[in-house]
Design a protein around this ligand. Structure first.
Ligand SMILES: Cc1cc2nc3c(=O)[nH]c(=O)nc-3n(C[C@H](O)[C@H](O)[C@H](O)COP(=O)(O)OP(=O)(O)OC[C@H]3O[C@@H](n4cnc5c(N)ncnc54)[C@H](O)[C@@H]3O)c2cc1C
Length: 355
């Protein structure tokens, strides 16, 4: 099989890139794999600042149709015991954010991009030749193209196969569990963030009945072994002002853990490849910017590919890589500032590592 661009990874960023390539009539194929496990709904939130980008790409209506709800803001207790109301009412032009139903959004995007999704397969090898690149799949098929896109999220399957190195800035991990929705007086937004001695946590209302709670700590922290078991959460959150109030006794608690650290590739593009979304640069969920950044990288990548095809000169793929590197460095500074605002446990290993 032959095409121009091969996107590996059918997450939000891979699918959005396919949508944007389709708009520019650039031939491409999207390679995905069947998920073994249904992912836990996290109710990822897009802040109001993300919505103009979606609008400009013609994606706002679709994202709104697959949102669990519009969000009005969030509350946090960070740096002191006071509750801060981060109210989206004051944002322009959009005074709301979107809490996504990611599974339903991905299904809709897949349906929309169906003509480009050829093979459900796992990538087994990538071979670079002088003018092309070949992707081999575990179903025995191969696809040849001019460029391959790594959209495999934090797994970075394409970049690893091409031996591109990655830089990990911390070792943050997250542990999520669905809990019954609890309403706490004075916290009407349904999203609440609060730190504790060995990490921080967020609770986010998915529906009137179910919320998702996620606790964060670092990979080698002693709290990590406790966090994997929901029964230990009341002890870990015992000193929090409000977070502990969202815990309810559960008969069967399923805690799902994964990486949540800040990391990036040393380069985001080469002659026959580029990376988008989490594969290019992965953000701390505290930023709430993973999906927005993923969509932005897909847009920038498509613009760079269009320039290469027009042979306008310059080095569009290298420029793309440099732009992303600059964005990531700016993000790191903001992230450090945010963690440094919390000084109540500045001597504790988690806070030392994250600052
Ligand atoms: C707890 C938590 C909370 C978060 N909250 C927010 C939030 O509020 N707002 C926000 O914007 N972001 C949030 N994020 C981040 C956001 O979820 C990610 O940034 C985003 O989903 C990344 O999308 P992606 O398409 O780049 O990667 P992924 O969603 O990881 O998609 C990668 C795709 O590649 C596929 N794949 C992997 N390996 C292979 C292979 N070998 N062959 C073929 N396909 C493969 C996978 O199956 C998957 O479909 C949060 C993340 C976490 C962990």
């Amino acid at each position: 099989m032959k095409t121009d661009v091969i996107i590996v990874g059918k997450g939000i960023t891979g699918l959005v890139m396919s949508f944007l390539l389709h708009k520019k009539r650039i031939p491409h194929l999207l390679v995905g794999r069947e998920e073994k496990q249904r992912p836990l709904a996290l109710g990822e939130t897009l802040p109001p600042s993300a919505l103009p980008l979606l609008q400009s790409l013609g994606l706002l209506a679709l994202f709104e149709a697959h949102a669990l709800k519009k969000t009005t803001g969030y509350h946090s207790v960070w740096g002191s015991n006071h509750v801060t109301d981060h109210n989206f009412y004051f944002h322009r032009p959009f005074q709301y954010g979107l809490k996504l139903n990611k599974e339903s959004l991905i299904n809709a995007l897949e349906e929309q991009q169906q003509e480009y999704i050829r093979e459900e397969g796992r990538l087994t090898a990538i071979t670079e030749t002088s003018g092309a690149i070949r992707v081999d799949l575990d179903n025995g098929k191969s696809i040849e193209g001019a460029l391959v896109v790594d959209a495999t999220g934090r797994k970075r399957v394409v970049s690893q196969a091409l031996k591109v190195e990655q830089v990990e800035k911390d070792q943050l991990m997250c542990f999520s569990c669905h809990v019954p929705t609890v309403r706490v007086r004075g916290l009407p937004h349904g999203v609440f963030v609060e730190p504790f001695e060995s990490g921080w946590g967020i609770v986010s209302e998915l529906t009137a009945d179910t919320s998702v709670m996620t606790l964060f700590t670092t990979k080698d922290h002693e709290a990590r072994s406790l966090i994997t078991n929901y029964e230990n959460w009341p002890e870990l959150l015992g000193e929090t002002r409000h977070l502990k109030s969202f815990l309810s006794p559960l008969n069967e608690a399923k805690v799902m853990g994964s990486k949540a650290n800040s990391s990036r590739l040393t380069e985001m593009a080469g002659v026959h490849w580029l990376a988008i979304g989490d594969a290019a640069m992965a953000f701390d969920p505290l930023s709430s910017h993973g999906i927005t950044s993923g969509i932005y990288t897909a847009q920038q990548a498509v613009e760079a590919i269009a320039k290469v095809r027009k042979e306008e000169g310059g080095m569009p793929l290298q420029d793309y890589s440099q732009t992303l590197t600059r964005i990531f460095e700016g993000y790191l500074q903001q992230k450090r500032q945010l963690y440094r605002q919390e000084r109540r446990w500045e001597e504790r290993s988690f806070w030392q590592e994250m600052c």
